[in-house]
Design a binder for this molecule. Structure first.
Ligand code: NFE
Ligand code: MG
Length: 618
């Protein structure tokens, strides 16, 4: 039995241990162990990345202009974001500035990824932590239609007949005993509190989102040739512009294709405004009213983002989601963040399966080392290929532990929203929309949704609304809506710029390595869907000397560090009561609210492809 304090979280690893392995509806392999007390409240949480991949290692010695195509394969979900980060890092190292069209096209691709990733995450990976699919069979389609009108009067798919059809499709699934995508849920658990009509409405939107998302990524196919893994280019974008041309034989960016992009953007806006945002506000309100206020964890204390979406390229003061770091929940003070500063971003490995010469020290990514070292720890039960219990006192994860000036921080849409809200309160010109969105959400959750549903009104302020599991899910929806709006603005700016006669899409002045300095180093950052992403590159004699990626899920899924500080996943589970530990809905709900991607987090690979750890599926 052990009990100790870290960042104000009292950890107690006595009690019963509940293991979820693998956590499904995520990307990659994640294992989670918690200890619950006699009231089934979580008192200790351990999260571990159980796979190891390897892209930093294979980049050494390669041409920096090719790096994007390798690192893009770190992940197919946040597709393109590693490629964008990579070309930015190389351009930073070599002093390359890209043309305005290239900036706008890259911005549009990044925001398209954001809206695609967030909608797929909410509907297909996360909604079933809130929505009981089987309960939807009990819904009255007429009342569901009324509910749909109430929460979103403008949504056209709302007739009783529409919901009856969805229900009949669902019934066939259930009667056949083959639930397909809805298999193995904890249906019927008391952890679900939505009325059957809300469940049926959400199932309908699950199917609508499934149809729409495949249309939205066509924006990537137009600007980047394909999706997943669209093409990028050091110095710009790999597509040419000819508004009057025939895309089939000439430049791919024609007016016809730009109009197709615009039609998708309008669809995205409509879906966000009429479906995604109202769903999250309705579900959030009902769960809050049921007392579900858990999951804030580190977000209530420490949050970070590099800042993103510059209105004017290369002018950080015009970032529409400005960054920084907030510590100890003090939203009045925003610390500036600099990924170049060796004292700021560092990775530690005291509890990670890697080796450093001195594990009490962190390494800045320019000097980063990736040397695997599997060592299970004396209290680990089971074997290397069948772990029964992790020893969190020893090394216990393939994820490194990144820290900002030594602090564990949470990253992601929620961190970006807390930071931008705090910036907006200080009068930041370019992110007032964030303040409006947060205030609108508070009004809806506290007053309008309760009034419409006949529930009591509440008075949650931004500090109670945002740093929670519900707030994490809400922030992602708000970010999606905001990205859709910025996407529309970028489209107009791009078309105007082209009409004014500028068709440049790349700067190739420094394409030839003979123009490069003997040594150079650079950093690229991107607001990836799951949080702040950075790539650090060192170039020598025209080749990559060192390449390090510090990825959102590495921050959030980080294990403890040498000081025992816990990471964001672990912190978020603390003190959450479980209805039934045999059915860990609450663990999934909170972990999924981060949208974990272990493929990204454990992006280093065994050089010989050997199996390093294999764990049982429970
Ligand atoms: Ni594979 Fe990724 C994102 C990156 S990791 S999903 O978003 O970068 O957290
Ligand atoms: Mg790394």
């Amino acid at each position: 039995m052990a009990s100790y304090e870290t960042q104000g979280f009292k950890l107690d690893d006595s009690g019963r241990r509940v293991v979820v392995d693998p956590v499904t509806r995520i990307e990659g392999h994640l294992r989670c162990e918690v200890n619950v007390d006699s009231n089934n409240v979580i008192r200790n949480a351990v999260s571990t990345g159980t796979m190891w991949r390897g892209l930093e290692v294979i980049l050494r010695g390669r041409d920096p202009r090719d790096a994007w195509a390798f690192v893009e394969r770190i992940c197919g979900v946040c597709t393109g974001c590693h490629a964008l980060t990579s070309v930015r890092a190389v351009e930073d190292a070599l002093g390359i500035r890209i043309p305005k069209n290239a900036h706008l096209i890259r911005e549009m691709m990044a925001k398209t990824l954001q809206v695609h990733d967030h909608a797929v995450h909410f509907y297909h990976l996360h909604a079933l932590d809130w929505v009981d699919v089987v309960s939807a069979l009990k819904a009255d389609p007429k009342q569901t239609s009324e509910l749909q009108h109430l929460v979103s009067p403008a949504h056209p798919l709302s007739s009783p007949g529409y919901f009856r059809d969805i229900q009949n499709r669902l019934k066939k699934f259930v009667e056949s005993g083959q639930l397909g995508p809805f298999m193995n849920g904890y249906w019927g658990s008391k952890a679900y509190v939505l009325p059957p009509e809300a469940n049926l409405m959400a199932v309908a939107h699950y199917l609508e989102a499934l149809d729409l998302q495949k249309e939205w990524v066509k924006i990537h196919t137009i600007f980047g040739g394909k999706n997943p893994h669209p093409n990028y280019l050091v110095g710009g974008v790999p597509c040419a512009i000819n508004l009057d041309g025939d895309g089939a034989v000439g430049a791919p960016i024609t007016m016809e294709r730009l109009n197709f992009v615009k039609a998708r953007i309008d669809e995205i806006l409509e879906f966000n405004n009429n479906v995604y945002i109202p769903d999250v506000l309705a579900i959030g309100t009902i769960y809050k009213q049921a007392g579900w206020l858990y999951g804030g964890g580190l977000a209530a204390l420490n949050v970070a983002d590099y800042g993103t979406y510059e209105k004017v390229a290369y002018d950080e003061s015009t970032q529409q989601l400005p960054g920084g770091v907030i510590l100890d929940g003090n939203w009045d003070e925003i610390h500036p963040i600099d990924p170049r500063d060796p004292e700021q971003v560092q990775e530690f490995v005291a509890h990670s399966w890697y080796k450093y010469a001195d594990e009490t020290k962190g390494l800045h990514p320019w000097d980063g080392v990736t040397e695997p070292h599997y060592e299970p720890g004396p209290k680990t039960r089971g074997s290397r290929t069948h772990i029964e219990q992790i020893d969190e006192g020893a090394k216990y994860s393939w994820i490194k532990a990144p820290r900002w000036r030594g602090h564990a921080v949470e990253v992601g849409p929620l961190s970006r929203y807390i930071l931008s809200y705090a910036h907006a309160l200080k009068g930041h010109r370019y992110c007032q929309r964030v303040k409006e969105q947060v205030e609108y959400s508070a009004r809806m959750i506290n007053r309008d949704v309760p009034r419409a549903l006949g529930l009591p009104e509440t008075q949650y302020g931004a500090k109670q609304l945002l740093p929670t599991t519900i707030g994490r899910t809400l922030a992602r929806a708000l970010e999606s809506q905001y990205c859709a709006e910025m996407l529309r603005d970028d489209w107009h700016e791009l078309v105007d710029n082209i009409r004014n006669g500028d068709t440049a899409t790349a700067n190739v002045e420094k394409w030839d390595p003979s123009t490069w300095p003997k040594e150079a180093k650079g950093v690229g950052t991107v607001a990836a869907p799951r949080g702040m992403l950075g790539h650090w590159i060192k170039i020598r004699d025209g080749k990559i000397e060192n390449y390090q990626c510090v990825v959102p899920t590495t921050w959030n899924g980080s294990p403890r560090d040498h000081k025992g500080q816990i990471g964001a996943f672990e912190a978020s589970l603390m003190n959450t009561p479980m209805v039934n530990p045999e059915q860990p809905v609450e663990i999934l709900r909170t972990l999924h609210s981060f949208d974990p991607c272990l493929a990204c987090a454990t992006h280093v690979m065994s050089p010989d492809g050997q199996e390093l750890a294999c764990v049982t599926v429970r």
